[in-house]
Design a protein around this ligand. Sequence first.
Ligand code: ATP
Length: 359
Amino acid sequence: MRIYRIAAIPGDGIGTEVVAAGVEALTTCAKRDGGFALAVDHFDWGSERYKKTGAFMPENGRDLIKNHDAILFGSAGAPDVPDHVTLWGLRLAICQPFDQYANVRPTRILPGIVSPLRNVSGPELDWVIVRENSEGEYAGVGGRAHRGLPEEVATDVSIFTRAGVTRVMRFAFALARSRPRKLLTVVTKSNAQRHGMVMWDEIAAEVAAEFPDVMCDKMLVDAMTMRMTLKPQSLDTIVATNLHADILSDLAAALAGSLGIAPTANLNPERNFPSMFEPIHGSAFDIVGKGIANPIGTFWSGVMMLEHLGEPGAAARLMRAIERVTADTSLHTPDLGGNARTADVTRAVCETLAGDNQA
Ligand code: ATP
């Protein structure tokens, strides 16, 4: 029997609720499959730890998880800790050293879920956004001087490297090639940002020559928001910078019905380090402890984890269970307009998995 070591890092807020649900669904999925098992180690890293000890994770934290097969992450963020401190203290402190440079965000309208876009249903919105996840606007380069004085100055410098852009571009083209439509849209802002973004365009054209069977088009990020909203059918795979794709994927999640459904994978495609899977939503402190967090985004992230681990059968089975459950509106949590609770949705997914007789 194959045994995968999973590091579960629930983090803050509803992260603890949805990761517990995710571990339950993944464990049920493994049992139903019979060919593999998950050995899950839990790490209590997050804002509470930061407030007590001054650090989100122990100094040797990355060593503790670097040999795991995958990481299941919840969310990081607390009302009384500045967002940038949390982000750099935990999520980016894992993503960047583990070189998880390809952030993959699938978006679909699942059965039973209504998009805020009029007349748009399942097949018309089926995207995967690839976000450059290691440099760009979130490279962390910049600084502040003359703090508090009238002449105070602050800079955030975007770093685009040929190596960084080329590798994520190749990843996006290969992903587009693996999907039926073989269509990639490269998003930049190369009219206004005339250095890094123009290099993106040039590298996109170079890599396109390696993938002659993939159709490729170019969009400016502002125009892209309109195309996503007005012509969702015209898009399939999308690649964009760290900042642009961050924003576009929140729009994508909203168009697909709820932030609570959207999954993401932070991949180190070379597998030198573990990859990390997480729902795209944050800590959602307005609903924490109420038992109503939607766990579907975490379950779908679990599907991506199983695909990455090389368990496509189990991944497909978990996705089928998710879709059967979302199709039943009595199992919708309040973010989707229903009354169901996290535990109801989790139980329903686990029961559906157990009763799935498909090979
Ligand atoms: P962050 O800055 O950490 O990304 P945020 O404040 O931008 O967080 P979220 O914490 O994701 O955003 O919450 C935005 C809104 O969406 C909140 O009203 C929250 O309750 C809701 N929400 C987010 N995730 C879920 C979920 N899984 N289930 C139900 N509602 C959710």
